[in-house]
Design a protein around this ligand. Structure first.
Ligand code: PLP
Length: 390
């Protein structure tokens, strides 16, 4: 039976034939599992037959979550991690080795670019950072040792997009892998695997968890790639989430569609409000006609998400706004049911040198708003009062 996404989120990963018919998959707080006998123990240990043996490899609560995410992102399989960065580092290091070359956007989540720079300095993996809004820049950066095209779309915090279809075509033509961070869009709004992307990563700390109470990550791709991560990369790195975290993420998924519907609606209304405000110089939101890639957004996204960035005059004005709002919480992170505001230049991107930051489009006066699911008139009132002090 072909089900709609709103139905899928409610049921994905739930298996009544196991777990005594429990509607909510139990939290298996077990680090190790007994083998029925030596022969089966050895086969389970080698991954030759299904089963559990040690929590660093898998766990039934974790597996339920992985099955749900694989279904929602339309991939063959999924593995979950203790954070989004654990998912990203695993995905990259399963894709490349010493001497390989990666092409990545110059404007992405700061810890991801920090990680890629670290690979270059410490492990001899080359990285070229390019303007990812232009597929020709990816093409021009490809070299004989290129193995991976990295995509993040919409990007944090600039809301710039990558043309997924064109980049997949380019990768296939050059026999390269594609890896995409889909955290901002979520599978409600965008499914990169349907465009041919090889591997999708998520910070589940954000929309998938949805309630600012977990740190977790996920990677979705071919069964072969996922199993390589499970039995090789992450077996050694060990970045596994606790069973309780998996259960919370799985519970979050059940309301993902409802929450995203409201996040999308609220964000579009607030983006229009910001665009009309005299103290706002620029608004970046893929759902606005003024976004330079609005047509592309309509082609590859079903909704435009809950993330907006906008620019006021400078650092001082940005600080004043975040210090004079009440309902919007001043915090890092995003994707929570409540609205979160932050000033990128003094917070998440403070560690990025100003020249690199500005090259990536992150100006001194840029603010990032993770629009929650509150009544959007209350958020607009709060922002309006804050602007009076700017
Ligand atoms: N990817 C994006 C787009 C993010 O915004 C973040 C965190 O903000 C991450 C990855 C990293 O996720 P985590 O903090 O769960 O490690």
């Amino acid at each position: 039976m072909s089900k709609k996404f709103t139905t899928k989120v409610v049921h994905a990963g739930t298996d009544f034939t196991n777990h005594f018919g429990a509607l909510s998959t139990p939290i298996y707080n077990a680090s190790t599992f007994a083998f029925p006998d030596a022969e089966q123990g050895s086969a389970i240990h080698e991954g030759e037959i299904p089963g559990y043996f040690y929590g660093r490899i898998n766990n039934p609560t974790q597996e339920a979550l992985e099955n749900a995410l694989a279904e929602l992102e339309r991939g063959e399989a999924c593995i979950v991690f203790s954070s989004g960065m654990a998912a990203i580092s695993n995905a990259v290091l399963t894709s490349v080795k010493k001497g390989d070359h990666i092409v990545a956007p110059e404007s992405i989540y700061a810890s991801t670019s920090g990680f890629l720079r670290h690979l270059e300095e410490a492990f001899g993996i080359e990285v070229s950072f390019i303007d990812a809004t232009n597929p020709q820049k990816y093409e021009a950066a490809i070299k004989a040792n290129t193995k991976l095209l990295y995509l993040e779309s919409p990007a944090n915090p600039t809301l710039k997009l990558c043309d997924i279809e064109k980049l997949v075509t380019l990768a296939k033509r050059n026999k390269l892998s594609t890896l995409m961070d889909n955290t901002f869009a979520t599978p409600y709004n965008q499914n990169p695997i349907s465009f041919g992307v090889d591997v999708v990563v998520h910070s589940m700390t954000k929309y998938i968890g949805g309630h600012a109470d977990i740190l977790a990550g996920a990677l979705i791709g071919s069964r072969e790639f996922v199993e390589r991560c499970r039995w090789h990369t992450n077996k050694f790195f060990g970045g596994v989430p606790a069973p309780m975290t998996c259960w919370l993420a799985h519970r979050g998924i059940k309301t993902l569609a409802l929450r995203m519907e409201r996040h999308n609606e609220n964000a579009l209304t607030i983006a229009k409000f910001l665009e009309s405000h005299p103290k706002v110089q620029k608004v970046h939101y893929p759902g606005l006609k003024s976004h330079p890639q609005h047509d592309l957004a309509k082609r590859q996204m079903r909704g435009f998400g809950g993330m907006i960035s906008f620019e006021v005059e400078g650092v001082e004005q940005g600080r004043k706004l975040v210090n004079n709002v009440e309902l919007c919480t001043l915090a890092v992170s995003l994707g929570d049911v409540s609205t979160i505001i932050q000033h990128s230049a003094s917070m998440t991107h403070a560690a990025v040198p100003k020249t690199l930051r500005e090259k990536a489009g992150i100006t001194d006066g840029m603010l990032r708003l993770s629009v929650g699911i509150e009544d959007c008139n209350d958020i607009i009132d709060d922002l309006s009062k804050g602007f009076e002090k700017v």
